[in-house]
Design a binder for this molecule. Structure first.
Ligand code: FMN
Length: 321
């Protein structure tokens, strides 16, 4: 490495780890408020490491369940003018196989490792959560919001009583922070966030994808093999932002914004709405891994320009009357 490159790397490292940018999420300490969203490159320890090298403050794995799942046949993703629609169908190797990646990732990563978990019952969520923690997860993210697999995901997350039971069960099983990822495809997301926090959740992620579809006008058929899928990317940012704003008014717990974050301005908007940290997914496919570094740089410059010393000073600022 040349002197110039060495200097550059040192400056970037300092920025990514600088104190004003660090945030605390229910005891999890993040060097900066950016996180990888579940399902994008989170399949292996190697992929997670490349995300951390890109600058992320924490990583979330692809959602993992009790048993292996093949997912849906192709096509599973379709690009639209304003984002992606996916119905991948939660493909994963099952927790018994995935524990190897978790323990490998735990060894090599220097940022919190959050494992995303799904199940078809409260018991399944609890078993997968226990195995994830035993193999090295620093925290859990409960996927109660996947819009395209029956009897799990949003079918669980929109039923308050079932959601409450599931969170209590997981909290009784593990001693790590438990975050709950909610769906926007409900009437009142803030009510579900309240239920989740009252049932013991340590924080909320808002949002998962928005139910959507695309039709091929030549064949006159839905493009996705599953017909319906979930929309992500720029189109859903205003929806996600409104969800975060609504939830912030109702709960007093860490909130993580997710949905259509493409640059640092989007990230700052989510913080002003009430998010302590943000997750980034689709933007990685469009802009590459450096999105994390560039968002972190932008947030740092914004804080400086506005005279703030810490991220916490801007969290929820848009709620001032
Ligand atoms: C291809 C793809 C796969 C995804 N898989 C998961 C998943 O396994 N678990 C989950 O909770 N969310 C999953 N998501 C949703 C993302 O984590 C995120 O909530 C959503 O895409 C909105 O953020 P974005 O606009 O930054 O992508 C997936 C999204 C995409 C595009």
């Amino acid at each position: 490495m040349s002197d110039y490159e060495h200097k550059h790397v040192t400056v970037v490292k300092k920025l990514l780890n600088s104190e004003g940018l660090s945030v605390n999420l229910a005891g999890l300490s993040l060097r900066n408020p950016t996180m990888l969203a579940s399902g994008i490159l989170g399949y292996s320890a190697d992929a997670l490491r490349s995300i951390v090298d890109g600058g992320a403050g924490a990583v979330v794995t692809k959602s993992v369940g009790l048993k292996p799942r093949a997912g849906y046949p192709n096509p599973t993703v379709v690009q639209t003018s304003c984002g992606l629609i996916n119905a991948v169908g939660l493909p994963n190797p099952g927790i018994n196989e995935f524990v190897k990646e978790i323990s490998e990732a735990k060894k090599v990563l220097k940022v919190p490792l959050i494992v995303s978990v799904y199940g078809f019952s409260a018991e399944e969520y609890a078993i997968v959560s226990r195995k994830a923690v035993e193999s090295g997860a620093d925290a859990l993210e409960l996927n109660v919001s996947c819009p395209h697999v029956k009897e799990t995901g949003s079918e669980i997350g929109q039923k308050p009583a079932i959601l409450a039971e599931l969170i209590r069960k997981v909290k009784a099983t593990v001693e790590k922070p438990v975050f709950v990822k909610l769906s926007p495809n409900v009437t009142d997301i803030a009510e579900l966030a309240e239920v989740a926090i009252r049932s013991g959740a340590d924080g909320i992620i808002a949002i998962n994808t928005v139910r959507a579809m695309a039709i091929d006008i030549e064949t006159a058929k839905p493009i996705l093999s599953n017909k319906r899928g979930g929309l992500s990317g720029p189109a859903i940012k205003p929806v996600a932002l409104r969800c975060v704003y609504d939830i912030y008014e109702r709960i007093n717990a860490p909130l993580i914004g997710c949905g259509g974050i493409m640059n640092w301005r989007d990230a700052v908007e989510f913080m002003l709405a009430g998010a302590t940290a943000v997750q980034i997914g689709t933007a990685i496919a469009i802009k590459g891994l450096h999105i994390f570094r560039s968002v972190v740089r932008g947030i740092a410059a914004y804080l400086k320009k506005k005279g703030f010393k810490e991220v916490s000073e801007i969290v929820g600022l848009a709620h001032r009357s």
